[in-house]
Design a protein around this ligand. Sequence first.
Ligand SMILES: Nc1ncnc2c1ncn2[C@@H]1O[C@H](COP(=O)(O)OP(=O)(O)OP(=O)(O)O)[C@@H](O)[C@H]1O
Length: 309
Amino acid sequence: MYLELKDISKRFDNKEVVKNLSLGIKEGEILCLLGASGCGKTTTLKMIGGFLRPDSGEILLEGEDISSLSPEVRPVSTVFQSYALFPHMNVLKNVMYGLKYQGYSKKQARQEAQRYLELVDLGDYQEARTAEISGGQRQRVALARALVTKPKVLLLDEPLSNLDAALRVKMREEIRDIQRKFKITTIFVTHDQEEAMVVADRIGIMHDGKLTQVGTPEEVYLRPRDAYTKGFLGRVNSFLTPDNERISCRPEEMQFCEAGPFHGTLVKKEFLGFYRLFYLQVGEDEIVLRGDGNKDYKLGEEVFFCLKK
Ligand SMILES: Nc1ncnc2c1ncn2[C@@H]1O[C@H](COP(=O)(O)OP(=O)(O)OP(=O)(O)O)[C@@H](O)[C@H]1O
């Protein structure tokens, strides 16, 4: 493995936040760490970036232990949620700043920063102040500043969380394109499962300081190893049959069937264009079924459903 976390742990006060976590990242891949708020994603990323020291365990990059290197000399660049750009500097200076400790002459640093701004399609914005450009452009400046140092690993901590919904969708594709263009080994932290599915080569699901599963988006969604992973990634419908048997399955494994054998009361519905979501109360449980855009049911109606064969 290119980057290896070996049994790393981190505790704050009396709370163990990362617990004997081991993970291997392949060269050139983009791995998403996905998990609910507080599960330890950012702490893990900070240990890889050098901003926190693990209490135990090793971090190996190409076989060498980098755990004791400070962030400035570690061949790892981090883009934080806030981007941490300097508002008093223009775009070019912000990117040049990344090269400050790398022994470049001013002229070389300028040329290199310009080259990277071209690569992220911001060649025309060198003189702009960061306050004058859009959120998506600021994101690309932060990426250029991180990449200009030619790190071996790029760390992205919830990089899209400050953008509005439409821009998030656009930028996640751009990040993916930039990552491919630079073939840079990347770890991307998010709590948004759709974002992880779209961006990642592999996803590591984190829960309570541990990894529950690591695999391709298809593997973790279609073959979740435990109930937490299954419930976290996508939705699980769980309900009691008239024979008191509990059935748990994905919404896409169920359909409306006039003949039953199951039924529930329609309590909520959402029209989403080419499909609708119908929420049914089944005893104490609420489940959701997807119907096509044409077929509608009335609120309060008793509707029948079955499991797909
Ligand atoms: N410097 C610190 N001192 C004390 N506790 C901390 C510190 N940093 C993080 N924690 C705690 O560690 C736990 C994990 O935090 P972390 O930021 O790693 O989670 P996360 O999965 O990234 O969550 P989020 O998605 O909300 O950022 C939380 O309970 C948090 O309060």
